[in-house]
Design a protein around this ligand. Structure first.
Ligand code: NAD
Ligand code: TDX
Length: 335
């Protein structure tokens, strides 16, 4: 990737995609075109304050070949974040997950093939299934795929399409599988923002089951830095795992949020567990660290959470409109 390139960022009005766009504007000379259909999870407000001469939003669907084709043709690289991203939604109705995650990725790959455009595919550690709490091994790029949910199975399918388009058609693609992200602008349906905004509303946090499930938390900015390194120096056809050794169980996350917000650590409720709930994710990021020299900057989870809490406190107008509908959906599912 040259120093002043034009990036097509799909899903750039969502959580991780918008953090990537902000990061690119701050840390590089690249221009960005965001392609985003502004589903319930996308918000133009997440791109507010960015320079209009460097960032342009195109509202459109990644599965719409006619719209995708000229955008991919004009880009130096595609960074593909757009997806249906929430496990609980995929359990309630998987159809949009197949359409966006599978058909959308296929549509972009076909355009990248036609125009010879560099392609980076954003994926998740959930494609590997889950680990036992006491398993000494973490996920590596060699771990066999074994997804559990409709969401993770469609992400796994999209990864396999990318691999096949590299091998069969010579598409210049890379893949990254990242662990759980946290930070500003995450939809309030997700675990950490849901609990923070519940507490701001005077509602007790909601822990699924016993809450011993472990997630490997990484700040969204560390994810963005890793993706930029892969765009600059990653080897075509390779898969890089992104993670910052941030394993914490859900109960400890809730306790940390509670104490950071001045509440007693046991001031939460246990609610119905998620069907098929993955026990533990853990990433071995040795390849990314050793080959590309990436290191995480946010290594203190409590202080990263404190900043995230402050962001939600200061930006109620960003999340308020999401909250009632999300909680109504959760009430229906017993969560
Ligand atoms: P998000 O739900 O916050 O954002 C998704 C964005 O994609 C939204 O702006 C939405 O409007 C857009 N979108 C959805 N369908 C679209 C379509 N058909 N056409 C165009 N745009 C569409 O998701 P996120 O948490 O930011 O995740 C972004 C990517 O990162 C996803 O591919 C996800 O699988 C991956 N990922 C997420 C995490 C995590 O912890 N959240 C971890 C690893 C990987
Ligand atoms: O209210 C809750 N209480 C609770 O205990 C919610 C919403 C979640 N949970 C639990 C379920 C999970 O063990 O917290 C953990 C995190 O839940 P989510 O935020 O839904 O994330 P997860 O299912 O782990 O998936 C996330 O990380 C990987 C992203 O949503 C995916 O897009 C990404 O691929």
């Amino acid at each position: 990737l040259e120093a002043m390139s034009s990036l097509l960022v799909t899903g750039g009005a969502g959580f991780i995609g918008s953090n990537f766009v902000h990061y690119v504007v701050q840390h590089t000379d690249h221009d960005v075109v965001v392609l985003d259909s502004l589903t319930y999870a996308g918000d133009e407000a997440s791109l507010a304050g960015l320079p209009a001469d460097r960032v342009r939003l195109v509202v459109g669907d990644v599965a719409d070949a006619e719209q995708v084709d000229p955008l991919v043709a004009a880009a130096d690289a595609v960074v593909h974040y757009a997806a249906e991203s929430h496990n609980d939604n995929s359990l309630a109705d998987p159809s949009a997950f197949l359409q966006t995650n599978i058909v959308g990725t296929y549509t972009l790959l076909e355009a990248a093939r036609k125009h010879g455009t560099r392609f980076h595919h954003i994926s998740t550690d959930e494609v590997y299934g889950d680990l036992e709490l006491d398993d000494p091994e973490k996920f590596t790029p060699e771990t066999p795929y074994n997804p559990s949910s409709p969401y993770s199975s469609t992400k796994a399918g999209s990864d396999l399409l990318v691999r096949a388009w590299v091998r069969s058609f010579g598409v210049e693609a890379t893949i990254s599988n990242c662990s759980n992200n946290y930070g500003p602008r995450q939809h309030v349906e997700k675990f950490i923002p849901r609990q923070i905004t519940n507490l701001l509303d005077g509602v007790r946090p909601r822990l699924y089951g016993e809450g011993l499930n472990v997630r490997d938390w990484i700040h969204a900015d560390d994810h963005s830095a890793a993706v930029l390194r892969i765009l600059e120096a990653g080897r075509i056809g390779e898969t890089y795992l992104i993670g910052a050794d941030g394993e914490v169980n859900n109960r400890e996350v809730i306790e940390t949020i509670l104490t950071e917000m001045g509440r007693s650590a046991d001031d939460f409720d246990h609610v119905r567990d998620r069907p098929g709930h993955d026990m533990r994710y853990a990433i071995d990021a040795a390849k990314l660290r050793e080959e590309l020299g990436w290191e995480p900057q946010f290594t203190d989870f409590r202080s990263g959470l404190r900043d995230t809490i402050a962001w939600y406190r200061d930006n109620e107008s960003w999340w308020r409109g999401q909250k009632a509908e999300v909680e109504a959906k959760y009430a229906k599912a017993g969560h």
